[in-house]
Design a protein around this ligand. Structure first.
Ligand code: PGA
Length: 249
């Protein structure tokens, strides 16, 4: 059985005092609940603070990006070892906003996946199509391609530690979510793609989330789909009440 994973992607939100307020409020109210794995992905500046607040809890810490080099003259970048050092369990890689605004490509996504795995940080790899690609009937081919490229050169033993987030770009922050059955279909395709590369048994162990306008009102529909193993949540992860409702779906 795959344990569902709900991760809050805060994006570029929350100062340190705001992060403290959100996480301490949630920790006191969640009371160790563990039917789903819960992960917080604050901005780099709040990672250390959030790590301290998560001590003694079962909740995970994730960063939103990393660079693939160990160290050196790469102004502004954060290395895998630095994320390990601050206590990250996960790192989001290849989010569509990074692909769109910061030149992330399938090749850099693959380099980052390898770099994260090398220090024992679990990647949350994002894949997803634009509205134009969906309307042109390109979704399946595109998602298959993004998945295959992200996994190039990755050992089979790492696969169960990897999480994929299927996030249709047109559904992110727009209030327009994919129907649960459409999301389930694409996620099934991702699992088949991984099964072709690594075998069915391995692919069955890997968790694949849906992301894109997940809210307290719609999370249940996604979580009840057989292929969907959780959610990557942006907007609705930023407030105590809505995040609590997501966890108690
Ligand atoms: P959203 O963002 O929940 O605000 O749509 C999801 C994401 O981009 O990870």
């Amino acid at each position: 059985m795959r344990k569902p994973i709900i991760a809050g992607n805060w994006k570029m939100n929350k100062t340190i005092p705001e992060a403290k307020q959100l996480v301490s409020g949630l920790v006191s109210k969640l009371a160790g609940k563990s039917e789903v794995e819960i992960v917080f992905c604050p901005p780099f500046t709040a990672l250390s603070t959030v790590k301290d607040l998560l001590k003694g809890t079962p909740y995970g810490l994730g960063a939103q990006d990393l660079y693939w080099k160990e160290k050196g003259a790469f102004t502004g970048e954060v290395s895998p070892l630095m994320l390990k050092d601050v206590g990250c369990d996960y790192v989001i890689i290849g989010h569509s906003e990074r692909r769109q605004y910061f030149g992330e490509t399938d090749v850099t996504v693959n380099q980052k996946v390898k770099a994260a795995l090398a220090v024992g940080i679990k990647p949350i790899i994002c894949v997803g199509e634009t509205l134009a690609q969906r309307e042109a009937g390109e979704t399946d081919a595109l998602i298959k391609g993004q998945t295959e490229k992200a996994f190039e050169g990755i050992e089979v033993s790492a696969i169960p530690t990897i999480v994929i987030a299927y996030e249709p770009i047109w559904a992110i922050g727009t209030g327009k979510s994919s129907s649960a059955s459409d999301a389930n279909q694409v996620i099934g395709l991702i699992r088949n793609t991984v099964a072709k590369l690594y075998g069915k048994e391995t692919a069955e162990q890997m968790r694949i989330q849906y992301g894109g306008s997940v809210k307290p009102e719609n999370i249940k529909e996604y979580m009840s789909q057989p292929e969907i193993d959780g959610a990557l949540v942006g907007g609705a992860s930023l407030e105590i009440d809505s995040f609590l409702k997501l966890i108690h779906y």
